[in-house]
Design a protein around this ligand. Structure first.
Ligand SMILES: [Zn+2]
Ligand SMILES: [Zn+2]
Length: 203
């Protein structure tokens, strides 16, 4: 990712659209950069533990460089707008939570309504554009402590992502990461093939 691009641009380019959730994520990521005195992860120097899988996480990935593919984005499926970011180099971690109801503006509700529609007519499209403008202004300028709470925490850094051996599944012939494979009497099986033979879910 281009390091010279402003954080907001990075996030919008990565996420594909501009929406309130992404903007909140941008504010979280920028706060964390300042608070921990960090920039963007290059090689797993940073780890993000996120408790939601919605739009804001893309800002964390794009701006802080903690990504799903690199393995330094850990997802806990708690359905909470909470982001914990840790820096190995600084030996510090901060837990950031979005305040309940912080962005419950009437414009947010209308934006969600329009977002749910299959298609928008010209008038609605214009209204949505306008709403984004209003919400952008509100979210990007609201005092940080009205939007989020934060707390420095002790965090044992998870180890760097491991690269595991790839084994061949006896049924489909495709490769499967060793730690996700089943060793059965029929040989090594990947999870879908194991399940096709009536095995349980998971590893
Ligand atoms: Zn979005
Ligand atoms: Zn298989």
């Amino acid at each position: 990712m281009c390091k010279n691009m402003p954080p907001l641009e990075l996030a919008i380019q990565f996420h594909g659209h501009i929406c309130p959730g992404l903007l909140i994520g941008v504010r979280v990521a920028e706060f964390v950069q300042k608070h921990l005195d960090i920039s963007q992860d290059y090689d797993e120097e940073l780890v993000a533990i996120v408790e939601t899988d919605s739009c804001g996480v893309d800002a964390i990935q794009a701006i802080l460089g903690c990504t799903f593919g690199k393995g330094n984005l850990i997802f806990n499926d708690y359905g909470k707008s909470v982001y914990t970011i840790a820096s190995r180099e600084k030996g510090r971690a901060v837990r950031v939570a979005q305040r309940f109801g912080a962005t419950a503006f009437k414009e947010s509700e209308r934006f969600r309504q329009l977002n749910r529609k299959e298609s928008l007519n010209e008038e609605e499209t214009a209204e949505k554009e306008n709403l984004i403008g209003v919400l952008f202004e509100k979210i990007m300028t609201m005092p940080l402590d009205e939007l989020i709470t934060w707390e420095d925490i002790e965090l044992k850094m998870p180890g760097k992502a491991q690269i595991h051996a790839t084994l061949q599944c006896a049924d489909c012939g495709e490769g499967v990461m060793e730690t996700r494979s089943h060793k059965t009497e029929a040989g090594i099986l990947c999870i879908p093939c194991y399940q096709n033979r009536g095995g349980g879910s998971g590893v």
